[in-house]
Design a protein around this ligand. Structure first.
Ligand SMILES: Nc1ncnc2c1ncn2[C@@H]1O[C@H](COP(=O)(O)OP(=O)(O)OP(=O)(O)O)[C@@H](O)[C@H]1O
Ligand SMILES: [Mg+2]
Length: 410
């Protein structure tokens, strides 16, 4: 990219339903000006994972072209989001002696290396090592240990793992579309950047990005990540269930879903008929509104219950003292917030990108949370020394992103 563009930030959200490219001009430390937006339908992914390289490359290229036209220059690199059912996470602990009696950068690197020394399933790699807090000689919950005195340094870290093949396929698609992957960021971490306030992250909050193919969940407390989970159930499953249950086309099921959502009780009392397209041909038929409710309600409840069970299983309810923030296109389903409140028994709000500057109004929507959060992530990283691994292959470099996340923690 030309030197005059060295303050340009670019994000690429490779979603199951849409590709989204955002180009921003970083005005100062805090504000960004969006100068390019590109969007294209995506159908080369299933549940967040590339299943058709040609289709994925085509969609990325289409979105890129649109963003390039608007920005007025060629895009050759981007911060890219990653998700999918292959993503796993665990909490890990590391402990090392403090070599010179005072914590230095090297001690921090050592303790993080100790934390990431975990047995890995074959074909899996570490994507991120996210420090939650440090402990010096038993003194707990230290956020930045640099310069502190002691003998023993410990870290509690959250480790994100990804299947090497899925990561490589994503990086290959980006490269084939002409985009170098400067960084791979777990999508819910990006979305959290975009929709959570600093207070929420500090006091404790959950964020659930309900996309088309996956629902990506994260919990923050004391300003750092506590927990992550990717669930391969999201908006497209609602659409498919409606298409199968009402015997209509996927296209019409998508329309019905957006029009009726979870259907309010007043509408249901009348139990009106809804007009639907038949799968074969253009002929129309009618279905009971109650049939739609019986299809979509259990699916939405199931999605929330799976997340709720996960929270309970890991005993993390107390970490979500400010509640839950729903984002992603699936959160736009009418009635989702109310149902989530009922299932989780905590305050729930919808999250659109939080902007510190004039964002084009069209981007003020939960479906852009990941793409916008990827830009904010790039801003945060720019403050730190970016990790560079020379000529290492891109997939490998992306997997070695750990170091800049470590830098980002401070
Ligand atoms: N108004 C709406 N009402 C209900 N659902 C909606 C609405 N708008 C979008 N959706 C649903 O949101 C989903 C797409 O959301 P989003 O754009 O966040 O997904 P994605 O990023 O492409 O997918 P993923 O993150 O899973 O890879 C689709 O299932 C779509 O039907
Ligand atoms: Mg998404």
């Amino acid at each position: 990219m030309a030197k005059s563009y060295d303050r340009i930030l670019i994000s690429l959200d490779v979603g199951t339903t849409k590709m989204c490219v955002l180009v921003a001009n970083q005005l100062d430390n805090r504000s960004l000006e969006i100068i390019g937006v590109g969007k294209a339908p995506s159908d080369g992914l299933r549940k967040g994972v590339v299943v058709d390289i040609a289709k994925t490359v085509h969609s990325i290229k289409t979105a890129l072209k649109e963003a390039e036209l608007m920005a007025g220059f060629t895009i050759d690199a981007a911060n890219v989001g990653i998700s999918g059912g292959h993503i796993q996470s665990i909490n890990s602990h590391g402990m090392v002696p403090i070599t010179k009696g005072e914590v230095r950068e090297q001690d921090i690197n050592n303790v993080l290396a100790a934390a990431k020394a975990i047995p890995l399933e074959q074909g899996y790699q570490i994507l991120h090592v996210l420090p939650q807090y440090f402990i010096i000689d038993g003194r707990d919950r230290i956020q930045d240990p640099r310069g502190m005195h002691g003998v023993r340094l410990e870290v509690q870290a959250h480790i994100i793992l990804g299947a090497l093949a899925s990561v490589q396929n994503l990086v290959t698609c980006c490269e084939m579309a002409g985009v170098k992957v400067t960084d791979l960021v777990l999508e819910q971490l990006a979305s959290a950047h975009a929709v959570l306030s600093a207070d929420e992250r500090e006091l404790g909050v959950g964020v659930l990005d309900i996309g088309g193919g996956t629902s990506d969940f994260a919990i923050y407390q004391n300003g750092s990540i506590r927990h992550t989970m990717v669930l391969p159930v999201a908006g497209n499953h609602f659409t498919n269930d409606i298409a199968i249950g009402l015997r209509t086309t996927v296209h019409d099921a998508e329309r019905i879903k957006k029009v009726y959502g979870l259907v309010c009780s007043e509408l249901l009392e009348k139990d009106d008929l809804i007009e639907i397209e038949m799968v074969q041909g253009a002929q129309k038929q009618f279905a009971q509104l109650s049939d739609l409710v019986n299809i979509i309600h259990p699916r939405a409840r199931e999605l929330f219950s799976l997340v709720n069970e996960n929270i309970n299983k890991h005993q993390l309810r107390h970490c979500m003292s400010t509640g839950l923030v729903l984002t992603g296109g699936g959160s736009l389903l009418t009635g989702m917030r109310e149902l989530a409140q009922e299932v989780f028994e905590m305050p729930v709000r919808l999250g659109s990108p939080r902007v510190a500057y004039d964002l084009p109004e069209t981007l003020d929507n939960p479906i852009y949370a990941t793409a916008y959060g990827l830009l904010l992530d790039a801003v945060a990283k720019e403050r730190n020394v970016l990790f560079s691994s020379g000529d290492a292959p891109l997939a490998k470099r992306a997997l070695m992103r750990m170091k800049s996340w470590v830098a980002d923690f401070f």
